[in-house]
Ligand binder design. Structure first.
Ligand code: DON
Length: 308
């Protein structure tokens, strides 16, 4: 029988997954991220009825990293027609690590989906073409969605990423060689690294992404963020490509559209019901939060939810 959602349930889930801490590895290819304590563990849920539940370090901010790839796609969907986006980036799972170059070369510079680094870089290139201040616009969007005025980029993390930009720069230059990148590579990388370096807590993240559970409407905002169709499309992409080469495994274990970041955060959606954010910095081999996935798996079982 499904359990009722409350703070006690979330406490209990964190208690169950805490022993997993020590089995993963904090991302260290971005040196500033390696400084985060591996003991952090938090979870927050916002329901479409307006209830919020949380446990552990749910109020502490962390680097959202690739979770921001969903937000850049949302902004691009507001600026471009469908065809303009999807002729430059695909909609299929890559089955490859998030920062791989192999497939990109074989497929003439068209990334498989917007949630691997190559795809997100194309999306950022598109934002750069249509926005005079893309970094500022992203902050405005995310502050509005979270209902919090003081969300900021962690400039130390952004700088650290820029100092270790070789692989992302190679991806962008490869796409440029195929004619799928229009702006200055370094300028776009700066925006991309800032989006990744956005800091948010689980509570803020769950609220920010609630519109994906509400057919594109954030309950606290008057105007829709995206259309119901776009919402379905983003949830479909998250379900098939949100966890990189482990997207199938995540669908199997958790059964919800999800998006992870190497900061250890994951956002997951139960359409028409709730948004969930978890944070535990230690990652598995695919770069997804190890204890975070376990927490979502237990939660899905306890409340009896799956989109499948
Ligand atoms: O570009 C990078 O490699 C990082 N800023 C983001 C990667 C990431 O979060 C992948 N996630 N699991």
């Amino acid at each position: 029988m499904a359990t009722t959602l409350d703070n006690g349930l979330l406490d209990d889930i964190l208690h169950q997954v805490r022993p997993l801490i020590g089995r993963g590895k904090v991302a260290d290819y971005i040196p500033a991220l390696a400084e985060v304590s591996s003991n952090k563990l938090g979870i927050a849920i916002c329901t479409v009825e307006g209830d919020c539940f949380s446990a552990g370090d749910a109020a502490e901010r962390f680097s959202v990293q690739s979770v921001s790839k969903v937000l850049s796609l949302v902004v691009a969907m507001g600026l471009y027609d469908d065809d303009e986006i999807w002729q430059r980036v695909g909609k299929d799972p890559s089955g490859q690590p998030f920062n791989s170059l192999l497939q990109l070369e074989l497929e003439q510079g068209k990334p498989r989906n917007p949630f691997i680094n190559a795809g997100a870089l194309v999306v950022c290139d598109m934002l750069q073409s249509r926005l005079s201040a893309p970094k500022q616009r992203m902050l405005e969007v995310v502050r509005r969605l979270a209902g919090v005025d003081d969300l900021v980029y962690d400039t130390r993390v952004a700088r650290s990423e820029f100092e270790h930009a070789a692989r992302n720069a190679a991806i962008a230059w490869l796409m440029k060689s195929f004619g799928n990148f229009n702006n200055d590579v370094m300028t776009v990388l700066q925006s991309y690294f800032h989006y990744c370096a956005l800091k948010m807590s689980c509570e803020e993240m769950a609220k920010t992404f609630l519109f994906l559970a509400c057919q594109g409407r954030a309950p606290h905002l008057d105007t829709p963020v995206i259309t119901p169709l776009q919402t379905r499309q983003i949830n479909a992409l998250m379900a098939t490509s949100g966890m990189y080469e482990n997207s199938g495994e995540f669908a199997w274990r958790v059964g919800m559209p999800g998006k992870s970041g190497v900061g250890g955060g994951i956002v997951a959606i139960v359409p028409h019901e709730m948004s969930i954010a978890v944070w535990s910095p230690e990652l598995d081999h695919a770069g997804n939060s190890l204890a975070g996935i376990a927490a979502l798996e237990i939660l899905a079982g306890r409340i009896g939810r799956s989109i499948f």
